[in-house]
Design a protein around this ligand. Structure first.
Ligand SMILES: Nc1ncnc2c1ncn2[C@@H]1O[C@H](COP(=O)(O)OP(=O)(O)OP(=O)(O)O)[C@@H](O)[C@H]1O
Ligand SMILES: [Mg+2]
Ligand SMILES: [Mg+2]
Length: 475
């Protein structure tokens, strides 16, 4: 029997607001434990939540970007459970009436085919604190308690681990493009619960799902799914049954393990939070947000292609990596040479940064600095070959291209009479080769070019060298 997998994701996205969802405490990564707290997020009796308007705006923006229907009325509910890092004993979330439902995200798979995944719902909720376990001791840090999150739930429309990974990468990009989250998985700003089941290929019925909690990298999402799908298929093929349960993924073994079974599942006893009124939105406010939506990835792709005439391959890299795309566009704003800039950015600067493990945001070469280098090459002040040397130096020293060219005397020799002089010397130096060239060994021209370049330390204009060599060699 052949099986296919059915996958649905629940994604938690940390909103990039200044303050928490229901109080004015700062949202800050890496602050001293328990410094960004107040009676509201500590769950003190009598403290009342006040909704953060910016968080609502972000949720609406994200919902619009995901083609969701935004509801004019939604309701905050209490999700009750007990855990040391949950001071109130409940989490404020949205349950039966989320802020948005029924959207979709369309994206491209590596083979070029398009895939559409329906978004079931998007709701707002607050994050819990953090438990830290060290040896026999446990600590609780409540800085994160009350941080605004969006939970985005897909329909079970994904069918392979790769699709799930690519979907998530696209979702992350959208969150970044609309500016609602940094969505960095490594920092826990984007977390994913994976629901997966299998069924006989072609069947329309859904199998029993397992849910793998809190997978925290794109690669692990794919790995966890690969393992879990295989585990379920093996189990069923041997006559067993998949139990509905919550599992966890261990990156060190690449396996998933049971966390809790259905019997142990919690009953959250959801009910509307009596401390918060139903959230009512003005249609006009939603329209205002719709009209001021930033550019989305697919829109940027089209624009990059038509505005700059770069290749689709290059444009896609810039779209997938927003900061890189921004770097490119800023460089082009200083010098209208998009193709050259794309080339030097992708082939040279990025390679050098990777080599030295410097993230783009800390690049010693600024967009303007890159533009300046490209201009020197374009204006024939330095050759392409010298340009490669200069950009390496720029990354090493943080100096500007013009300064390096000046200090090292790298300016291209374009003066015909000086090149002619060097060419004549070289030809004189190698009479035998010159003779053979004249007798028809045309490929020896390369040898002579090499010699001229050697004696000018690569600074002679290659076109001129070639032309003058042929002239002089002819005798
Ligand atoms: N049979 C199935 N196989 C795979 N995925 C499924 C299946 N049934 C549902 N799903 C997916 O599981 C997810 C269910 O998420 P949802 O938030 O609605 O509920 P939950 O997991 O029960 O609750 P909680 O939010 O407390 O984790 C959705 O992404 C949905 O597409
Ligand atoms: Mg779930
Ligand atoms: Mg959920």
């Amino acid at each position: 029997m052949e099986y296919e997998a059915v996958i649905g994701l629940e994604i938690h996205v940390q909103m990039d607001t200044q303050t928490k969802l229901f109080c004015g405490c700062k949202v800050e990564f890496g602050a001293e434990p328990n410094t960004n707290v107040c009676p509201v997020c500590l769950g003190m009796p009598g403290a009342l939540p006040v909704l953060n308007k910016r968080a609502v705006e972000y949720a609406v923006r994200a919902s619009l970007a995901l083609n969701c229907e935004v509801h004019l009325e939604s309701i905050f509910a209490r999700k009750n459970y007990f855990y040391p890092d949950l001071p109130k004993g409940y989490q404020i979330s949205q349950y039966e009436r989320p802020i948005a439902t029924d959207g979709y995200l369309e994206f491209e798979l590596p083979d070029g085919s398009k895939k559409r995944v329906r978004i079931r719902r998007l709701h707002m909720e607050e994050d819990a604190g953090k438990s830290i376990h060290e040896g026999s001791k446990s600590y609780v840090d409540l800085n994160r308690a009350g941080t605004p999150l969006m939970e985005i739930v897909t329909e079970p429309d994904l069918s392979t681990p790769e699709e799930a990974r690519v979907f998530l990468e696209n979702l992350r990009n959208i969150m970044r493009y609309v500016g609602v989250s940094k969505a960095d998985m490594e920092k826990g700003q984007l977390r994913c619960d994976i629901n997966v089941s299998i069924r006989p290929k072609g069947s329309k019925e859904l199998g029993t799902r397992t849910e793998i909690k809190n997978v925290n990298s794109f690669r692990f999402v794919q790995k966890a799914l690969e393992y879990e799908i295989e585990r379920q298929i093996k189990l069923v093929s041997e006559g067993g049954r998949v139990e509905q349960e919550t599992r966890t993924f261990d990156p060190s073994t690449g396996k998933t393990f049971t966390m809790r079974t259905k019997e142990e599942a919690e009953d959250y006893r959801y009910f509307p939070d009596p401390d918060l009124l139903p959230l009512k939105l003005e249609e006009s406010w939603i329209e205002e947000i719709r009209n001021t939506m930033p550019e989305l990835p697919h829109q940027r792709l089209e624009r990059l292609l038509s505005q700059y005439g770069i290749s689709e391959y290059e444009a896609k890299i810039f779209v997938q990596n927003k900061e890189l795309g921004d770097f490119f566009e800023e460089a082009v704003s200083h010098l209208q040479e998009p193709k050259l800039i794309a080339n030097w950015l992708l082939n040279d600067l990025l390679g050098l940064l990777n080599e030295k493990q410097i993230p783009l945001e800390n690049s010693p070469v600024s967009p303007e600095g890159l533009a300046e280098l490209v201009k020197l090459i374009k204006d024939n002040v330095i050759s392409t070959k010298i340009g490669k040397e200069v950009i390496r130096d720029m990354v090493d020293s943080g100096k500007r291209a013009s300064q390096i060219v000046e200090e090292k005397g790298l300016k291209q020799i374009t003066d015909e009479s000086s090149i002619r002089q060097i060419v004549e010397e070289v030809v004189k130096q190698f009479p035998e080769e010159a003779q053979r060239y004249r007798q028809g060994e045309d490929k020896l021209i390369g040898f002579f070019v090499g010699q001229v370049m050697k004696s000018t330390k690569g600074k002679a204009n290659p076109k001129l060298v070639n032309q003058l060599l042929r002239e002089v060699l002819k005798g």
